[in-house]
Ligand binder design. Structure first.
Ligand code: SF4
Ligand code: SF4
Ligand code: SF4
Length: 576
């Protein structure tokens, strides 16, 4: 039934009701009110979940349109290490993705898509332009892990000179020391660090503060200091016989395995339930040569809590199974066992019970976490000292450390320059249809291709990356939550064509009324099935998958599209 004529009689243009409040403070241009920021938080859950605030829908759009360089550049701007994070990020964005909501399928493979941007961009280094000319200020950063490097990259773009002091022989911190090469190729780490040094950041390796250079020297030389020394103090369980040979901290083991080389015994136990435990187990497996379809009970991970408490991405647990590495949960270590001073095993207690059991072992790798070594810095009250990343927050993950370091870099800039020089705002642009179709919603999530078991070694990367066509079809799955579809009430003739075309029951509703709160969120609405009771037709952004079916169906172009982007840009001071 075509209702156009009937409804046109019901509502003369001037009488047509509008929503009580708009969801954004502006229809075009830069918005700076809380309502505008709330829209982003509510509507783009992946970006909200990313500690570095990465503009995920923008780079997925670029990949879907075969613009891999643009996708890489967006990531480079926001999270600084696209190729690295595309492999080893903990992916909080994917847990938040709307595509993973109940009834909508699986979340978009955001992380693997980021990697595809890095794999398929042009091969030359990509350098971002400075935001300000030289300020004449200089900053020293202690530690060249991701936090130190991220702070350095952002500060040099703000016009400050930056020197990083690194006590190890190579920059990269945990990237080199804690993540195996079969998950993160070393040449990639080097390339992405070179994109920072090429901007002018100096990295002085083999330089330990307090030993090679006194701390006072740094305070004399720099206008501000950032301690970004990570978490290097191991958390070791306080168990009897801890001095026995064969008991090693997991990070030391990983570093040796990938630098000087190392060996393990015949019976290897790994204690822990995080990424380091998984990495230790997979590395120890490879030290025995070619992987075969059994480890003959020679290597097991023991974790004191339940499997659902393990905080690694599901793909990591799947890889344990592929590599035939057993994981036993609810096992709390009680004591290392010895005979004549030689390590022979370990006694566990079944967590939450009084049951104990013993397992033979000649190598025990402790992946039980680490903390920052803050003793040297606690007595310092100099306001020029800032703390960044895991050194400030305790052990987190790479993307959280990067997010924290970005914030600290901004604080340092304000401290040195006496005022904020960049501002965060919401850019609203009216745009044309975005080319999404309903068919893209039902494409299944693409799996990351991996090497066969027999091909896996200590150094060959297990995940091989998406081919181009796979990358674009995965990126097309993204709903583009950064677009707002809105029915312009003064144009809408209240036909029901969009209602007939919609793919979801609740994405477009006939409403009697709607109320918004101060943040611009639609608080409540009363829907109706009866045309005579309807006062407006309204798109619910929460239920809309941006398929464009309504736009194509509307006979009077009453549905407008706006692109909403979180921006960070220099404040341009007006000349009097
Ligand atoms: S569908 Fe796309 S924009 Fe929306 S939450 Fe998922 S990745 Fe982000
Ligand atoms: S674009 Fe229109 S038809 Fe498609 S999901 Fe959104 S409101 Fe529904
Ligand atoms: S938005 Fe367009 S298709 Fe939907 S009711 Fe209004 S005029 Fe009809």
């Amino acid at each position: 039934m075509d209702l156009t004529g009937q409804l046109a009689k019901l509502f003369k243009p001037a009488e047509r009701p509008h929503p009580l409040e708009a969801e954004l403070s502006i229809q075009e241009g830069l918005g700076r009110t809380q309502k505008d920021f709330d829209w982003i938080e509510r509507n783009i859950p992946c970006q909200k979940a990313c500690p570095a605030g990465t503009d995920i829908p923008a780079y997925l759009t670029a990949i879907a349109e075969d613009r891999f360089d643009d996708a890489y550049r967006i990531n480079l701007r926001d999270n600084i290490f696209p190729g690295i994070l595309g492999r080893v990020c903990s992916r909080p964005c994917e847990s938040a993705c709307r595509h993973g909501y109940e009834g909508l399928g699986d979340s978009v493979a955001i992380c693997a898509s980021k990697r595809s941007a890095s794999d398929q961009k042009q091969p030359d280094p990509m350098l971002l332009d400075p935001l300000f000319p030289s300020t004449g200020k200089t900053i020293g950063i202690i530690g060249s892990g991701v936090a130190g490097l991220a702070a350095a990259r952002n500060l040099i773009r703000l016009g400050h000179a930056v020197t990083i002091y690194e006590k190890h022989t190579e920059p990269g911190g945990m990237l080199n020391q804690g993540i195996p090469e079969f998950r993160l190729p070393r040449d990639l780490i080097q390339q992405e660090i070179e994109q920072i040094t090429a901007l002018g950041v100096d990295i002085l390796c083999n330089t330990e503060i307090g030993k090679t250079i006194p701390l006072e020297h740094l305070f004399n030389k720099h206008d501000a200091l950032i301690a970004a020394a990570g978490t290097l103090k191991p958390n070791l369980p306080d168990l009897p016989n801890a001095q026995l040979t064969g008991i090693r901290h997991g990070l030391d083991f990983l570093l040796e395995a990938h630098t000087t080389g190392t060996t393990v015994g015949e019976h290897v136990i790994i204690i822990g339930g995080g990424y380091t435990a998984m990495d230790c187990a997979r590395t120890a497996r490879r030290l025995g040569g070619t992987l075969i379809e059994s480890n003959n009970g020679k290597l097991t991970i023991y974790y004191r809590r339940k499997k659902e408490n393990i905080r690694v991405i599901p793909d990591e647990l799947n890889e344990l199974e592929h590599e035939f590495i057993p994981l036993e949960c609810d096992a709390t270590p009680l004591a290392y066992l010895e005979t004549n001073g030689t390590l022979t095993g370990i006694r566990f207690q079944r967590t939450g019970t009084t049951e104990t059991f013993e397992i033979p072992a000649d190598t025990i790798l402790l992946a039980t976490g680490q903390t920052p070594d803050t003793e040297w810095q606690q007595a310092i009250t100099d306001p020029r000292l800032f703390l960044a990343g895991d050194y400030a927050t305790g052990a987190t993950d790479l993307i959280s450390a990067i997010g924290h370091a970005k914030k600290i870099a901004k604080d340092v800039d304000i401290f040195l320059m006496g005022k904020p020089r960049t501002e965060t705002a919401i850019q609203v642009e009216t745009t044309n249809p975005i080319g999404r179709t309903e068919a893209m919603d039902i494409v299944p999530r693409q799996f990351m291709p991996t090497l066969k078991l027999q091909e896996r070694t200590l150094t060959t990367e297990v995940e091989t990356g998406y081919p181009t066509a796979t990358a674009t079809s995965e990126a097309e799955r993204c709903y583009r939550c950064n677009y707002k579809f809105e029915i312009e009430q003064d144009k809408c003739i209240k036909c029901d064509w969009c209602l007939k075309a919609k793919p979801h029951e609740n994405c477009i509703l006939m409403l009697k009324e709607i109320t918004y709160n101060e943040e611009g969120k639609a608080l409540e609405w009363e829907a109706t099935e009866r045309v005579r009771e309807m006062n407006l037709i309204w798109i619910d952004s929460d239920a809309c998958t941006r398929c464009g079916a309504c736009v194509n169906a509307c006979p009077v172009d009453a549905i407008s599209l706006q692109k909403i982007t979180l921006t960070e840009q220099p404040i341009i001071e007006e000349t009097p």
